[in-house]
Design a protein around this ligand. Sequence first.
Ligand SMILES: [Zn+2]
Length: 47
Amino acid sequence: MKKRKEIIYECSICKFKYKTKSLAKKCHDWCRKYKSCNINITKYAVK
Ligand SMILES: [Zn+2]
């Protein structure tokens, strides 16, 4: 039985993965705008 479903959201630019869609979106917006990573966002990335 598989009940637990882990959904991981990935930033399509830097490929960091996040547990929430909003974090992935934040990262994506940042990456697109600044073409670099924001440590305040990437610290939430899933390893
Ligand atoms: Zn990113």
